[in-house]
Design a protein around this ligand. Structure first.
Ligand SMILES: *Cc1c(COP(=O)(O)O)cnc(C)c1O
Length: 375
Protein backbone atom coordinates (compact mmCIF):
# COMPACT_ATOMS: atom_id res chain seq x y z
CA UNK A 1 0.00 0.00 0.00
CA UNK A 2 1.35 3.42 -1.00
CA UNK A 3 0.73 6.03 1.67
CA UNK A 4 1.66 9.71 1.42
CA UNK A 5 2.10 12.12 4.32
CA UNK A 6 0.23 14.63 2.11
CA UNK A 7 -1.26 13.42 -1.19
CA UNK A 8 -1.13 16.49 -3.43
CA UNK A 9 -1.14 14.42 -6.62
CA UNK A 10 -4.37 12.67 -5.67
CA UNK A 11 -6.01 15.98 -4.83
CA UNK A 12 -4.83 17.55 -8.11
CA UNK A 13 -6.23 14.67 -10.19
CA UNK A 14 -9.76 15.62 -9.07
CA UNK A 15 -9.51 19.26 -10.19
CA UNK A 16 -7.00 18.78 -12.99
CA UNK A 17 -9.10 20.08 -15.91
CA UNK A 18 -9.92 23.35 -14.23
CA UNK A 19 -6.39 23.86 -12.88
CA UNK A 20 -4.69 23.10 -16.20
CA UNK A 21 -7.03 25.45 -18.04
CA UNK A 22 -6.51 28.36 -15.64
CA UNK A 23 -2.73 27.97 -15.50
CA UNK A 24 -2.55 27.89 -19.30
CA UNK A 25 -4.72 31.00 -19.42
CA UNK A 26 -2.17 32.85 -17.25
CA UNK A 27 0.66 31.78 -19.51
CA UNK A 28 -1.22 32.69 -22.70
CA UNK A 29 -2.07 36.14 -21.35
CA UNK A 30 1.51 36.58 -20.01
CA UNK A 31 -0.05 38.37 -17.05
CA UNK A 32 2.30 36.84 -14.51
CA UNK A 33 2.43 39.64 -11.92
CA UNK A 34 -0.71 41.18 -10.39
CA UNK A 35 -2.96 39.60 -13.00
CA UNK A 36 -6.74 39.58 -12.60
CA UNK A 37 -6.81 36.35 -10.55
CA UNK A 38 -4.84 38.04 -7.75
CA UNK A 39 -7.55 40.67 -7.19
CA UNK A 40 -10.22 38.05 -7.68
CA UNK A 41 -8.65 35.77 -5.08
CA UNK A 42 -8.36 38.59 -2.51
CA UNK A 43 -12.04 39.28 -2.97
CA UNK A 44 -13.04 35.60 -2.81
CA UNK A 45 -10.98 34.92 0.31
CA UNK A 46 -12.32 38.10 1.92
CA UNK A 47 -15.90 36.90 1.27
CA UNK A 48 -15.04 33.46 2.64
CA UNK A 49 -13.61 34.97 5.84
CA UNK A 50 -16.62 37.20 6.43
CA UNK A 51 -15.54 40.43 4.73
CA UNK A 52 -12.07 41.36 5.94
CA UNK A 53 -9.25 43.08 4.04
CA UNK A 54 -7.07 40.42 2.43
CA UNK A 55 -3.61 41.43 1.20
CA UNK A 56 -1.81 38.63 -0.65
CA UNK A 57 1.96 38.27 -0.44
CA UNK A 58 4.74 35.87 -1.39
CA UNK A 59 4.67 33.44 1.57
CA UNK A 60 3.61 33.05 5.18
CA UNK A 61 6.96 34.12 6.60
CA UNK A 62 6.77 37.40 4.66
CA UNK A 63 3.22 37.88 5.93
CA UNK A 64 4.50 37.77 9.53
CA UNK A 65 7.36 40.14 8.76
CA UNK A 66 5.10 42.61 6.94
CA UNK A 67 2.65 42.49 9.86
CA UNK A 68 5.35 43.48 12.33
CA UNK A 69 6.62 46.23 10.02
CA UNK A 70 3.10 47.58 9.53
CA UNK A 71 2.58 47.77 13.30
CA UNK A 72 5.79 49.82 13.61
CA UNK A 73 7.47 47.39 15.98
CA UNK A 74 10.96 48.71 16.73
CA UNK A 75 14.29 47.04 17.62
CA UNK A 76 14.25 45.99 21.27
CA UNK A 77 10.48 45.58 21.42
CA UNK A 78 9.46 42.25 22.90
CA UNK A 79 7.07 39.93 21.10
CA UNK A 80 5.55 36.94 22.88
CA UNK A 81 5.51 33.68 20.88
CA UNK A 82 4.87 30.05 21.75
CA UNK A 83 8.05 28.00 22.15
CA UNK A 84 6.42 25.08 20.33
CA UNK A 85 5.93 26.24 16.75
CA UNK A 86 7.50 26.41 13.31
CA UNK A 87 10.63 28.56 13.21
CA UNK A 88 9.16 31.26 10.91
CA UNK A 89 7.21 32.80 13.76
CA UNK A 90 10.34 33.65 15.74
CA UNK A 91 12.57 34.16 12.71
CA UNK A 92 10.97 37.37 11.50
CA UNK A 93 11.00 38.75 15.03
CA UNK A 94 14.76 38.24 15.21
CA UNK A 95 15.26 39.54 11.68
CA UNK A 96 13.63 42.87 12.56
CA UNK A 97 15.77 43.23 15.70
CA UNK A 98 12.81 42.54 17.95
CA UNK A 99 13.11 40.16 20.87
CA UNK A 100 11.15 36.91 20.75
CA UNK A 101 9.93 35.99 24.24
CA UNK A 102 9.20 32.28 24.10
CA UNK A 103 6.57 30.91 26.40
CA UNK A 104 5.39 27.40 27.09
CA UNK A 105 2.25 25.83 25.64
CA UNK A 106 -0.64 23.72 26.90
CA UNK A 107 0.11 19.98 27.12
CA UNK A 108 -3.32 19.04 25.75
CA UNK A 109 -3.97 21.33 22.76
CA UNK A 110 -0.34 22.47 22.20
CA UNK A 111 -1.29 26.17 21.92
CA UNK A 112 0.04 29.15 23.85
CA UNK A 113 -1.68 29.63 27.24
CA UNK A 114 -2.94 32.85 28.79
CA UNK A 115 -1.25 32.13 32.14
CA UNK A 116 2.11 31.90 30.39
CA UNK A 117 1.47 35.03 28.31
CA UNK A 118 0.62 37.06 31.40
CA UNK A 119 3.76 35.94 33.21
CA UNK A 120 5.88 36.98 30.20
CA UNK A 121 4.58 40.54 29.78
CA UNK A 122 7.12 43.27 30.58
CA UNK A 123 7.28 47.02 30.01
CA UNK A 124 8.92 46.29 26.64
CA UNK A 125 6.23 43.90 25.36
CA UNK A 126 4.48 45.19 22.26
CA UNK A 127 2.76 42.20 20.68
CA UNK A 128 1.57 38.62 21.10
CA UNK A 129 1.73 36.12 18.24
CA UNK A 130 -0.58 33.19 18.96
CA UNK A 131 -0.07 30.29 16.54
CA UNK A 132 -3.15 28.16 15.84
CA UNK A 133 -1.06 25.02 15.87
CA UNK A 134 -2.04 21.95 13.83
CA UNK A 135 -5.40 23.50 12.85
CA UNK A 136 -7.05 24.49 16.12
CA UNK A 137 -7.40 28.08 17.40
CA UNK A 138 -5.63 29.31 20.51
CA UNK A 139 -7.92 30.81 23.18
CA UNK A 140 -8.39 34.06 21.27
CA UNK A 141 -11.06 35.67 23.45
CA UNK A 142 -8.83 35.58 26.53
CA UNK A 143 -5.74 36.54 24.51
CA UNK A 144 -7.52 39.61 23.11
CA UNK A 145 -8.60 40.53 26.65
CA UNK A 146 -5.00 40.34 27.92
CA UNK A 147 -3.81 42.35 24.90
CA UNK A 148 -6.38 45.10 25.50
CA UNK A 149 -5.57 45.30 29.20
CA UNK A 150 -1.85 45.69 28.43
CA UNK A 151 -2.02 47.75 25.22
CA UNK A 152 -0.53 45.01 23.02
CA UNK A 153 -1.07 44.05 19.39
CA UNK A 154 -2.19 40.56 18.46
CA UNK A 155 -0.84 38.99 15.26
CA UNK A 156 -2.43 35.59 14.56
CA UNK A 157 -0.26 33.02 12.81
CA UNK A 158 -2.97 31.05 11.07
CA UNK A 159 -0.73 29.27 8.56
CA UNK A 160 -2.04 25.91 9.82
CA UNK A 161 -5.63 26.82 10.60
CA UNK A 162 -7.28 28.49 7.64
CA UNK A 163 -10.95 27.51 7.67
CA UNK A 164 -11.10 26.94 11.45
CA UNK A 165 -13.68 28.88 13.42
CA UNK A 166 -13.48 30.21 16.97
CA UNK A 167 -16.57 30.58 19.18
CA UNK A 168 -16.77 33.46 21.67
CA UNK A 169 -18.55 33.24 25.03
CA UNK A 170 -21.58 35.08 23.59
CA UNK A 171 -21.95 32.44 20.88
CA UNK A 172 -20.59 34.48 17.96
CA UNK A 173 -18.01 32.79 15.76
CA UNK A 174 -15.11 34.16 13.76
CA UNK A 175 -12.65 32.66 11.34
CA UNK A 176 -9.10 31.95 12.50
CA UNK A 177 -6.94 34.89 11.45
CA UNK A 178 -9.74 37.47 11.60
CA UNK A 179 -9.76 38.05 15.37
CA UNK A 180 -6.49 39.85 16.16
CA UNK A 181 -5.14 43.12 14.69
CA UNK A 182 -3.58 41.18 11.81
CA UNK A 183 -3.86 37.56 10.69
CA UNK A 184 -1.06 35.91 8.69
CA UNK A 185 -1.37 32.79 6.60
CA UNK A 186 0.62 30.63 4.20
CA UNK A 187 -0.39 28.90 0.97
CA UNK A 188 2.63 26.56 0.97
CA UNK A 189 1.55 23.49 -1.07
CA UNK A 190 1.00 21.20 1.93
CA UNK A 191 -1.02 23.74 3.94
CA UNK A 192 -4.81 23.24 4.13
CA UNK A 193 -5.27 25.84 1.38
CA UNK A 194 -2.09 25.33 -0.61
CA UNK A 195 -1.04 26.63 -4.01
CA UNK A 196 1.53 25.10 -6.40
CA UNK A 197 4.50 27.04 -5.09
CA UNK A 198 4.89 29.70 -2.40
CA UNK A 199 2.15 32.09 -1.35
CA UNK A 200 0.77 33.91 1.67
CA UNK A 201 -1.63 36.61 2.83
CA UNK A 202 -2.43 39.07 5.61
CA UNK A 203 -5.88 39.83 7.00
CA UNK A 204 -7.07 42.89 8.90
CA UNK A 205 -10.34 44.64 9.74
CA UNK A 206 -8.60 48.04 9.85
CA UNK A 207 -8.72 49.93 6.50
CA UNK A 208 -5.75 52.18 7.36
CA UNK A 209 -3.64 49.20 8.37
CA UNK A 210 -4.75 47.34 5.23
CA UNK A 211 -3.54 50.22 3.07
CA UNK A 212 -0.21 50.33 4.91
CA UNK A 213 0.27 46.55 4.60
CA UNK A 214 -0.40 46.80 0.87
CA UNK A 215 2.24 49.53 0.54
CA UNK A 216 4.85 47.69 2.63
CA UNK A 217 4.39 44.52 0.55
CA UNK A 218 5.04 46.64 -2.55
CA UNK A 219 8.30 48.47 -1.72
CA UNK A 220 6.51 50.89 0.60
CA UNK A 221 5.04 52.48 -2.47
CA UNK A 222 2.03 54.82 -2.12
CA UNK A 223 1.84 55.40 -5.86
CA UNK A 224 4.20 54.45 -8.64
CA UNK A 225 7.76 55.56 -7.77
CA UNK A 226 6.64 57.32 -4.59
CA UNK A 227 7.91 55.48 -1.51
CA UNK A 228 6.34 56.34 1.81
CA UNK A 229 7.92 53.51 3.85
CA UNK A 230 10.83 51.14 3.54
CA UNK A 231 9.07 48.04 2.33
CA UNK A 232 9.71 44.66 0.78
CA UNK A 233 8.88 42.99 -2.52
CA UNK A 234 6.37 40.31 -1.63
CA UNK A 235 3.74 39.34 -4.18
CA UNK A 236 1.45 36.40 -4.86
CA UNK A 237 2.04 35.20 -8.45
CA UNK A 238 -0.94 35.30 -10.81
CA UNK A 239 -0.59 31.57 -11.48
CA UNK A 240 -0.71 30.81 -7.74
CA UNK A 241 -3.77 33.03 -7.30
CA UNK A 242 -5.48 31.15 -10.16
CA UNK A 243 -4.81 27.83 -8.39
CA UNK A 244 -6.04 29.25 -5.08
CA UNK A 245 -9.27 30.53 -6.64
CA UNK A 246 -10.09 26.97 -7.63
CA UNK A 247 -8.98 25.35 -4.38
CA UNK A 248 -10.76 27.90 -2.18
CA UNK A 249 -14.09 26.62 -3.55
CA UNK A 250 -13.17 23.22 -2.09
CA UNK A 251 -11.72 24.39 1.23
CA UNK A 252 -14.72 23.49 3.40
CA UNK A 253 -15.00 20.11 1.70
CA UNK A 254 -11.26 19.60 2.30
CA UNK A 255 -11.68 20.48 6.00
CA UNK A 256 -14.54 17.96 6.22
CA UNK A 257 -12.41 15.24 4.62
CA UNK A 258 -9.64 15.95 7.17
CA UNK A 259 -12.15 15.83 10.02
CA UNK A 260 -13.55 12.54 8.78
CA UNK A 261 -10.04 11.10 8.66
CA UNK A 262 -9.36 12.46 12.17
CA UNK A 263 -12.55 10.84 13.50
CA UNK A 264 -11.47 7.51 12.00
CA UNK A 265 -8.02 7.80 13.59
CA UNK A 266 -9.67 8.65 16.94
CA UNK A 267 -11.79 5.50 16.74
CA UNK A 268 -8.99 3.26 15.53
CA UNK A 269 -6.54 4.54 18.15
CA UNK A 270 -8.73 4.80 21.21
CA UNK A 271 -7.38 2.76 24.11
CA UNK A 272 -3.95 2.09 22.67
CA UNK A 273 -1.30 1.72 25.37
CA UNK A 274 1.37 4.47 25.39
CA UNK A 275 -0.53 6.57 22.86
CA UNK A 276 -2.70 9.63 23.34
CA UNK A 277 -4.99 10.88 20.57
CA UNK A 278 -5.19 14.67 19.94
CA UNK A 279 -7.33 16.75 22.23
CA UNK A 280 -10.03 18.98 20.77
CA UNK A 281 -10.95 22.24 22.47
CA UNK A 282 -14.57 23.31 22.78
CA UNK A 283 -13.99 26.88 21.62
CA UNK A 284 -12.57 26.12 18.19
CA UNK A 285 -13.30 23.83 15.29
CA UNK A 286 -10.29 21.80 14.18
CA UNK A 287 -9.15 21.65 10.55
CA UNK A 288 -6.48 19.01 11.24
CA UNK A 289 -3.53 20.44 9.39
CA UNK A 290 -1.80 17.71 11.35
CA UNK A 291 -3.13 14.71 13.24
CA UNK A 292 -0.60 14.54 16.04
CA UNK A 293 -0.53 11.82 18.66
CA UNK A 294 1.60 11.65 21.80
CA UNK A 295 3.71 8.52 22.19
CA UNK A 296 5.55 7.41 25.30
CA UNK A 297 8.95 9.18 25.10
CA UNK A 298 10.89 5.91 25.21
CA UNK A 299 9.02 4.47 22.26
CA UNK A 300 8.41 7.40 19.90
CA UNK A 301 11.56 7.24 17.77
CA UNK A 302 11.49 3.45 17.53
CA UNK A 303 7.83 3.57 16.45
CA UNK A 304 8.67 6.11 13.74
CA UNK A 305 11.46 3.82 12.43
CA UNK A 306 9.13 0.81 12.55
CA UNK A 307 6.49 2.67 10.51
CA UNK A 308 9.09 3.81 8.01
CA UNK A 309 10.08 0.19 7.41
CA UNK A 310 6.45 -0.51 6.58
CA UNK A 311 6.42 2.45 4.17
CA UNK A 312 4.22 4.49 6.47
CA UNK A 313 5.45 8.09 6.66
CA UNK A 314 5.20 9.93 9.99
CA UNK A 315 6.74 13.25 10.95
CA UNK A 316 7.97 14.95 14.10
CA UNK A 317 6.58 18.48 14.28
CA UNK A 318 8.67 19.79 16.05
CA UNK A 319 11.77 17.92 17.27
CA UNK A 320 13.65 20.80 18.94
CA UNK A 321 12.20 23.64 21.06
CA UNK A 322 12.83 27.08 19.52
CA UNK A 323 14.69 28.09 22.66
CA UNK A 324 17.24 25.33 22.07
CA UNK A 325 17.96 26.29 18.46
CA UNK A 326 21.43 27.76 18.10
CA UNK A 327 20.11 30.77 16.16
CA UNK A 328 17.67 31.74 18.88
CA UNK A 329 19.29 30.67 22.13
CA UNK A 330 21.09 33.98 22.61
CA UNK A 331 18.42 36.13 21.03
CA UNK A 332 15.29 35.01 22.78
CA UNK A 333 14.28 35.69 26.31
CA UNK A 334 12.69 32.62 27.74
CA UNK A 335 9.86 33.62 30.01
CA UNK A 336 10.02 30.58 32.28
CA UNK A 337 10.83 26.94 32.07
CA UNK A 338 9.54 25.30 28.91
CA UNK A 339 8.88 21.85 30.31
CA UNK A 340 5.77 21.14 28.28
CA UNK A 341 7.49 22.09 25.01
CA UNK A 342 10.48 19.92 25.89
CA UNK A 343 8.22 16.98 26.63
CA UNK A 344 6.18 17.48 23.45
CA UNK A 345 9.30 17.57 21.27
CA UNK A 346 10.15 14.10 22.59
CA UNK A 347 6.68 12.60 22.28
CA UNK A 348 4.77 14.09 19.32
CA UNK A 349 4.24 12.10 16.14
CA UNK A 350 2.16 13.39 13.22
CA UNK A 351 0.46 10.71 11.13
CA UNK A 352 -0.42 10.93 7.42
CA UNK A 353 -3.22 13.50 7.08
CA UNK A 354 -4.68 14.84 3.85
CA UNK A 355 -7.87 15.11 1.86
CA UNK A 356 -7.41 11.81 0.00
CA UNK A 357 -6.74 9.48 2.94
CA UNK A 358 -8.86 6.30 2.81
CA UNK A 359 -10.16 4.19 5.68
CA UNK A 360 -8.19 1.21 4.32
CA UNK A 361 -4.99 3.22 4.56
CA UNK A 362 -5.87 4.34 8.07
CA UNK A 363 -6.57 0.77 9.19
CA UNK A 364 -3.19 -0.27 7.79
CA UNK A 365 -1.43 2.64 9.54
CA UNK A 366 -3.13 2.12 12.89
CA UNK A 367 -2.72 -1.67 12.81
CA UNK A 368 1.01 -1.13 12.44
CA UNK A 369 1.04 1.34 15.34
CA UNK A 370 -0.95 -1.03 17.54
CA UNK A 371 1.17 -4.06 16.74
CA UNK A 372 4.30 -2.10 17.68
CA UNK A 373 2.96 -0.52 20.87
CA UNK A 374 1.27 -3.66 22.14
CA UNK A 375 4.48 -5.66 21.94
C1 LIG B 1 4.15 27.19 7.24
C2 LIG B 1 4.19 28.08 8.40
C3 LIG B 1 4.72 29.39 8.34
C4 LIG B 1 5.48 29.90 7.16
O1 LIG B 1 4.84 29.88 5.95
P1 LIG B 1 5.72 29.88 4.60
O2 LIG B 1 4.70 30.13 3.54
O3 LIG B 1 6.37 28.56 4.49
O4 LIG B 1 6.70 31.00 4.69
C5 LIG B 1 4.62 30.17 9.46
N1 LIG B 1 4.07 29.73 10.59
C6 LIG B 1 3.57 28.48 10.71
C7 LIG B 1 2.96 28.05 12.00
C8 LIG B 1 3.63 27.61 9.63
O5 LIG B 1 3.15 26.37 9.76
Amino acid sequence: MKIEMVDLKGQYSKIQNEIDFEILECIRSANFINGPSVTEFSKNLSDYLGGIYVIPCANGTDALQIAMMALDLKPGDEVIVPSFTYVATAEVIGLLGLVPVMVDVDPKHFNITCENIEKAISSKTKAIVPVHLFGQCADMESIIEIAKKNGLYVIEDTAQAIGAKYTFADGTTKHAGTIGDIGCTSFFPSKNLGCYGDGGALFTQNPILAEKIKMIANHGQSKKYVHKFIGVNSRLDTIQAAVLNIKLKHLDEYSLARNKAADSYDNLLSNVKNLQIPNRTLKSTHVFHQYTVLINENKRDALKDYLEKKNIPAMIYYPIPLSEQEAYSSLGIIAENLNVTKRLCKSVLSLPMHTELTLDQQVYITDAIKSFLNN
